[in-house]
Design a protein around this ligand. Structure first.
Ligand SMILES: C[S@@+](CC[C@H](N)C(=O)[O-])C[C@H]1O[C@@H](n2cnc3c(N)ncnc32)[C@H](O)[C@@H]1O
Length: 259
């Protein structure tokens, strides 16, 4: 049984054309659409999946946003990693309950949220962000989705290439433009057998990363990209959607050898 919506919570509204709006519920407030306004009070106290009407008579459904629904709508400074790539990162970097993960850069916090959920309270995520404004935004996004910054998430502002005090880290997960500059920090802080995972948009960056990983003692170096195609399924019209996200980035994983 899902708990009723409360003031302060995020609600995702979906109209009959599939348009999506993320709102923060506030008593006596209203949300304005092309087809009239919707009182937040019509949603507060109701359960997810409730159908509500605007003053113009158009209908919307209210849900609590799932992770992919939230990250594509949340406020962002830096470009977020698409959920399809987050899925691949979580599996290929083997982010599991109890793991200790070093992440950089935090950016808007999309990947941070997924890592934090995956390691759970028995694990730890240490996340570095260079820019103060992005660090503040990421903190806000984490709080908005997880309710607070959990104790097992350590958000740090700074340059990850400056090094970290921790040793014996299980995973290093990077989404920044020059991951090869983090190789010295990774070999110092990762445990033997630990996993490196970096995400970059261009194959030139992949090449530079792999050329840095090899001589530094990494093996099992693999680069992947994920292509996800949604389908239109309606009556006899059953076919791939006309549009897809054709390119996002490349994910490179590697394992640190024992010396
Ligand atoms: C593409 S964004 C990361 C987006 C993030 N993965 C998300 O899903 O929201 C890249 C971030 O890395 C940060 N960055 C770049 N170099 C860095 C470094 N050496 N140390 C820490 N952060 C860095 C940038 O400021 C930027 O916010």
């Amino acid at each position: 049984m899902s708990a009723p919506f409360e003031p302060g919570e995020r609600a995702l509204l979906v109209d009959r054309k599939g348009r999506r709006y993320l709102i923060t519920l506030k008593a006596a407030d209203s949300f304005h659409t092309h087809e009239g306004f919707l009182s937040h009070d019509a949603i507060i106290g109701q359960t997810e999946g409730v159908r509500v009407s605007t003053s113009g008579g158009s209908s919307l459904v209210a849900y609590r946003p799932s992770y992919p629904e939230f990250v594509v709508k949340m406020p962002r400074g830096a470009q977020v990693i698409y959920p399809k790539d987050v899925g691949l990162i979580l599996i290929e970097a083997d982010i599991a309950p109890g793991a200790v993960v070093l992440e950089a850069g935090t950016g808007s916090g999309a990947l941070t949220i997924a890592l934090t959920r995956a390691v759970g309270p028995g694990g730890r995520v240490i996340s570095y962000e260079l820019r103060e404004d992005f660090a503040v935004r990421a903190r806000g996004n984490v709080e908005a989705f997880l309710g607070k910054v959990p104790d097992h998430l350590d958000l740090r502002q700074g340059n990850v290439t400056g090094g970290i005090p921790e040793r014996g880290i299980d995973r290093v997960v990077l989404d920044l433009p020059e991951p090869w500059t983090v190789v010295p920090v990774a070999i110092e802080s990762l445990r033997p057998g630990g996993i490196w995972c970096s995400y970059v948009p261009s194959i030139v960056q992949v090449s530079q990363t792999v050329e840095a990983l090899r001589p530094a003692g990494f093996a099992e170096i693999t680069t992947r990209e994920s292509l996800v195609r949604t389908w239109h399924v309606e009556g006899a019209a059953v076919r791939p959607d006309h549009r897809m996200v054709a390119h996002t980035g490349f994910i490179t994983t590697a394992r640190l050898l024992a010396v």
